[in-house]
Design a protein around this ligand. Structure first.
Ligand code: PHE
Length: 338
């Protein structure tokens, strides 16, 4: 039995020395020094020894248990120390490392232009009205006097979500919503996203429009052109005039297209204005009486004007951006410049 004890003791020493974790050591504690330890198991066989040998053997077992206990404790401290050093190593900070660069964000050029447009119109007594991007055919087409067979209603031009539901193709939808709910006098602008199925250097499938609507007694074309000119000068500078050319829109009569003097050559003719000296900016007109009638506004008493301008185009001209797609690619190197 003594040899047995000796060999258990030797292998326990090796096992303890090789223990890798506190958990391993806990298992060894119960294996070698706990109540159900192998050493206590040996004590159960003490009856096979002679009377004189029994107390001696009991003593040796207890000494062995105490020794192993100490070894376990020592190894436990060693492991704790190693874990601690590893933790310190893993948390070490390199104070010589250069710090991470902090970059401050900036507003998107379109957001900047939208804010500027709002400021200009608000300073002239306009209110800002909003409408949903997802519209129905009534607000986008029917109420705007656009007949069922109008090419703009084609599936290949307009993004339909459902039969009657679509992504608005123009911010004129907001004039309908405002006139549905308010009686004249009305003096609003609406700004927001519009969607059409087109995509090239000067057209994006998602773009932005600002639309002005003024309805009151005695509003005429001169008021429209005057307001346009005032806006254009505030936006682009005193040198920039606007002009209107006859055109057609289903919801205005008469209708006009808006041009401004080329912001690059001031009318002399250059590559930007393709030699004409003028740049196309949007559409305008006096609200068609049919639109008033559909929305319950007395077309005998009231007249009104509306004009719509492309915000993306204004942004491109203001910041000399050659391709509209740059505005929506979200390339940080491009956006950082503003
Ligand atoms: N909504 C028209 C367009 O997107 C522009 C417009 C606005 C025309 C207001 C007349 C009056 O083409």
């Amino acid at each position: 039995m003594k040899e047995q004890l000796q060999s258990i003791f030797e292998s326990a020493k090796v096992e303890i020395a090789e223990a890798k974790s506190i958990h391993d050591l806990q298992q060894m504690k119960s294996k070698y020094v706990g109540k159900k330890s192998v050493l206590n198991g040996l004590l159960k066989q003490i009856g096979t020894l002679s009377k004189e040998e029994r107390p001696k053997f009991g003593q040796i077992v207890n000494i062995a248990k105490a020794d192993l206990s100490k070894l376990i404790e020592a190894r436990e401290n060693e492991i704790k120390e190693l874990d601690y050093l590893a933790k310190i190593e893993s948390e070490k900070i390199d104070l010589t490392m250069p710090s991470r660069k902090r970059t401050s964000g900036s507003l998107h050029p379109i957001t900047k232009v939208i804010q500027e447009i709002e400021d200009i119109f608000i300073s002239m007594g306009f209110e800002v009205a909003m409408g949903p991007d997802i519209e129905d055919e009534f607000h986008n087409f029917d109420a705007l006097n656009t007949p069922k067979d109008h090419p703009a209603r084609d599936l290949s031009d307009t993004f339909y979500i459902d039969n009657d539901v679509l992504l608005r193709t123009q911010s004129s939808t907001v004039q309908v919503r405002v006139m549905e709910n308010h009686k004249p006098p009305i003096k609003i602008i609406s700004l927001g996203n519009c969607y059409r199925n087109e995509n090239d250097a000067s057209h994006s499938p998602m773009f932005h429009q600002v639309e002005a609507l003024v309805v009151d007694e005695g509003i005429n074309f001169a008021d429209l052109h005057n307001m346009l000119n005032t806006f254009v000068k505030k936006m682009f500078g005193e040198k920039i005039e606007s002009r209107i050319r006859p055109h057609f829109f289903p919801f205005t009569e008469p209708s006009a297209e808006i041009d401004i003097v080329c912001v690059k050559c001031y009318g002399k003719g250059c590559n930007l204005c393709k030699g004409s000296g003028w740049l196309e900016m949007g559409g305008a007109g006096l609200v068609d009486p049919n639109v008033f009638d559909k929305l319950g506004i007395d077309s005998e008493k009231y007249t009104g004007y509306a004009f719509g301008l492309g915000i993306d185009r204004i942004t491109m001209l203001k910041y000399k951006i050659p391709d509209m797609r740059l505005l929506f690619e979200n390339d940080i190197r491009f956006l950082k410049q503003f």
